[in-house]
Design a protein around this ligand. Structure first.
Ligand SMILES: [Zn+2]
Length: 445
């Protein structure tokens, strides 16, 4: 493991680009944080927490682009004040509402009151406040889904606050903020969220895509979260490329340096999204059921080796489901699933027909030994549903899902499978189910 204190961001960015950084583990763009900020271009202090945070010195005050998690509040304030002790933070821009992009303005608000400065003006797209309201409404739900997504346990639960700093200025489509000689051109684009924006600073050739670029297959499929938008996302990436920036401050992971590299990364990612969308819609137009579409749609093969398009966070199949949900609905096209019998009842019927839980678990073990973990999961799930008190069923379920989790590259599937394995260790299908009332909020990413 490289030393996070001494890692040079520019050097690491080069390793990222050359495919020499282990983005699945050691340098995972979402999971790995670095403690300090670095001035990666004159007047631009860059932090890599869970997400990126950038602070720009305009000569007429500071502007913050994205504002991190609660853990970033103190460290960003202290690093900025070590860098520029007396320049007020005049503005901050949230790229979207997710919990890893919105917190670090807090100490600057307090400082403004203390030093008699104007409070920083926070900018966001006009749909953002509704999402803060949604988080308050679904606090415990969001806590649960993030525990599953990020391999958390109840006792390790971070108590995320929900006392959000709401924006002062919102806009629908485009807005330019001018501070000193720099303009911050904000553009709305539906993508990872419906309130997403990206920012171009043309005088410097800097571009801030937020989570529209994260050094991974785009987070356009997330199984537990609200709708995402592949097609508009691709359009936004192409609009960003047309700005011909020389420095891309990615929402997660290291920056990309150089016009041609940035153009390639943005247009490849656009093509990836557009391809998934186009294939899925074409098959929907053939009236195929979701199951068949999931088996047929494939990401573009010629992009498979791109270091910035590996499925290390979201999974390509989840993107297909999101397109289906957007243009179709929740029904998967299977008539028996329209008004189904309870899963428990279905499982009891199948398990009885198969000769009982022991026979099913024996077959699951055989499938696991043969490497077919996908089918083994179906069998142990049916066994645990049919006989929820069976220790043998839960032991098998732990074994199968732990192996499945270890095999997965995508954070989201790895986390959910791990959660299933851990739940069966406690003799339950989901240890959060029915247990989350009154828990602190998790928000989402
Ligand atoms: Zn993010």
């Amino acid at each position: 493991m490289s030393d996070p204190q001494s890692t040079d961001f520019r050097a690491l960015a080069e390793q990222y680009w050359l495919g020499q950084a282990d983005l699945a583990n050691e340098h995972h763009p979402v999971r790995v944080s670095f403690p300090g900020g670095q001035e990666i271009a004159p007047g631009l202090l860059f932090f890599k927490g869970v997400a990126a945070i950038s602070v720009v010195d305009t000569g007429a005050g500071l502007v913050m682009l994205d504002a991190g998690t609660p853990r970033d509040i103190d460290r960003v304030y202290e690093a900025v004040r070590a860098w520029r002790p007396d320049a007020p933070l005049v503005a901050a821009i949230y790229s979207h509402h997710h919990m890893d992009h919105i917190w670090a303005t807090r100490r600057f608000d307090e400082e403004a009151a203390r030093r008699g400065w104007a409070r920083p003006v926070v900018y966001a797209q006009s749909l953002l406040p509704e999402h803060f309201d949604r988080y308050r409404k679904t606090q415990a739900w969001n806590n649960a889904i993030n525990l599953r997504q990020f391999i958390g346990r109840r006792d390790a639960n971070p108590r995320w606050p929900v006392d959000f700093r709401y924006p002062d200025v919102t806009f629908d489509r485009d807005l330019t903020l001018t501070v000193g000689e720099l303009s911050f051109e904000m553009h709305h684009a539906r993508g990872e969220t419906d309130d997403h924006l990206w920012v171009s600073v043309p005088q410097r050739g800097w571009l801030f895509p937020g989570d529209l670029f994260i050094w991974a297959v785009p987070n356009a499929g997330n199984p537990q979260k609200v709708q995402r938008y592949c097609e508009e996302w691709g359009t936004a990436l192409r609009a960003m490329a047309a700005c011909r920036p020389g420095l891309l401050l990615c929402g997660h992971g290291m920056p990309i340096v150089g016009v041609s590299r940035i153009e390639q990364a943005l247009t490849d990612t656009a093509e990836y999204l557009e391809s998934i969308e186009r294939q899925t819609v074409a098959l929907m137009n053939q009236a195929l059921p979701l199951d068949e579409i999931l088996q047929r749609v494939q990401p573009p093969a010629h992009l498979a080796d791109r270091p910035y398009l590996q499925p290390i966070y979201d999974h390509p199949q989840f993107l297909v489901r999101n397109v289906w949900r957007r243009y179709g609905g929740w029904w998967d096209g299977e008539p028996d699933n329209l008004l189904p019998a309870p899963r428990t009842q279905q499982a009891r019927e199948w398990i009885a027909l198969a000769g009982g839980v022991a026979a099913v678990l024996a077959r699951a073990a055989q499938l696991q030994a043969e490497g077919d973990l996908r089918m083994a999961c179906h069998l142990v799930e049916m066994a645990a549903l049919a006989e929820p008190g069976s220790q043998a069923a839960h032991a098998a379920r732990t074994r199968v899902y732990a192996a499945r989790s270890a095999q997965e590259l995508a954070t989201m599937s790895r986390g959910i499978f791990h959660h299933a394995a851990e739940s069966s260790r406690e003799g339950r299908r989901d240890f959060l189910s029915g247990q989350i009332t009154g828990m602190a909020s998790g928000g989402e990413r």
